[in-house]
Design a protein around this ligand. Structure first.
Ligand SMILES: Nc1ncnc2c1ncn2[C@@H]1O[C@H](COP(=O)(O)OP(=O)(O)O)[C@@H](O)[C@H]1O
Ligand SMILES: [Mg+2]
Length: 331
């Protein structure tokens, strides 16, 4: 297998609160290979966005690196100067967010915003950048792109704005796209079109995608590999088909059981994971999911649980994994 394009290597990170730093990410590890789509899933507040933002160095100043490395082509991004990072951002690594309005400038036309990065990073003239912008917007399914170029963000529908953001993110042909819940605010039809667009683009260009979502429907549609995060840690890492059919971590199993299934006529009682994500998780000595886990034993609550291989290419952070589907019998 080829070397990873991106390697998050034991990344620990916290936020300063007064005189102390509260640990938010604890030794997060995963890789993204060229052309691969990796999904990062977990409930709200588990550290997915912080992980995504840390890669291009977009965290607020109160964030502190506590350990680990972020290797992109083997180069540690955590050691780069702001200037060096700026050259990577928008060019080799692009990012799209859920909050599209917040990432588009309301007083500049779409065209102006689309062409700025290309002129800066690729040295294109205004005319060249404009032509490329139109071509990219057409590829992203924007009808009449010449006209859209002249518009302001608020004049577009949510779906069109998201396509503009994607076109903009792709404008410098990034090797890695980080997409943080980019389709959450869109209706399902537009969402599916955007997911299919991203899949097609990675096939055409070999671009890798780190896709952050809490939606297993999205995972099923787009992922090659999946990392499940809980309370600032990776708890499971597997190829998509394995994760969806044979999840090993009780948290992943619980997440999957709480997904509505369209085929069951609504007769099945939807499962809700009891409790909530803990607040100050770095103080939990054992398994961070133990307080909510139906299978916990006393050993789970005393010592930190390491990631361990469940099968080839499948890792799980659980001392006593129960096969999926057997829970009813055992639990
Ligand atoms: N700017 C910040 N300052 C302090 N804590 C933060 C900040 N941003 C995020 N956090 C904390 O990091 C944790 C993970 O947040 P986040 O990555 O946004 O979760 P997710 O994207 O999985 O919903 C949360 O507990 C949140 O309180
Ligand atoms: Mg988030």
């Amino acid at each position: 297998m080829s070397d990873p394009l991106l390697e998050i290597d034991s990344l620990s990170l916290g936020f300063r609160q007064g005189k102390t730093t509260r640990e938010t990410l604890s030794r997060v590890c995963f890789q993204v290979r060229k052309g691969e789509i990796r999904c990062l899933v977990g409930e709200s507040g588990c550290g997915k966005s912080v992980t995504g933002l840390s890669i291009p160095g977009l965290l607020p100043p109160q964030a502190r690196l506590l350990g680990g490395r972020i290797l992109f082509h083997g180069r540690d991004l955590t050691r780069l100067s702001e200037e060096e990072l700026d050259a990577v951002r928008g060019k080799s690594i692009a990012m799209i967010f859920q909050d599209i309005m917040g990432s588009l400038n309301p007083v500049l036309t779409v065209g102006r915003q689309m062409t700025e990065g290309m002129r800066r990073h690729l040295g294109l003239t205004a005319r060249e950048a404009s032509e490329r912008a139109v071509e990219l917007m057409r590829k992203c399914g924007i009808p009449n792109p010449e006209n859209t170029m002249k518009r302001f963000p608020h004049m577009l529908s949510g779906g069109q704005r998201q396509r503009v953001m994607i076109a903009m993110a792709l404008s410098c042909s990034p090797e890695l796209l980080i997409a943080d819940e980019p389709t959450t605010a869109l209706d399902v039809t537009v969402q599916l079109q955007i997911l299919q667009l991203l899949t097609r683009l990675r096939e055409e260009s070999g671009m890798a995608i780190l896709f952050i979502t809490h939606d297993f429907g999205v995972v099923a549609e787009i992922a090659d590999r999946v990392t499940v995060m809980y309370a600032g840690q990776c708890v499971e890492d597997a190829p998509k088909d394995v994760l969806l059919s044979a999840p090993a971590h009780p948290y992943t199993q619980a997440l999957l059981r709480s997904v509505p299934d369209l085929r069951d006529d609504g007769k099945r009682t939807l499962y809700a994971i009891p409790g909530t994500v803990p607040q100050d998780w770095s103080r939990i000595p054992g398994c961070r999911f133990a307080p909510r886990c139906p299978y916990r034993r006393s050993a789970c609550e005393t010592a930190a649980v390491p990631m361990a291989a469940a099968a080839e290419g499948h890792c799980v952070r659980c001392l006593f994994p129960v096969p999926f589907g057997k829970e009813a019998a055992e639990g």
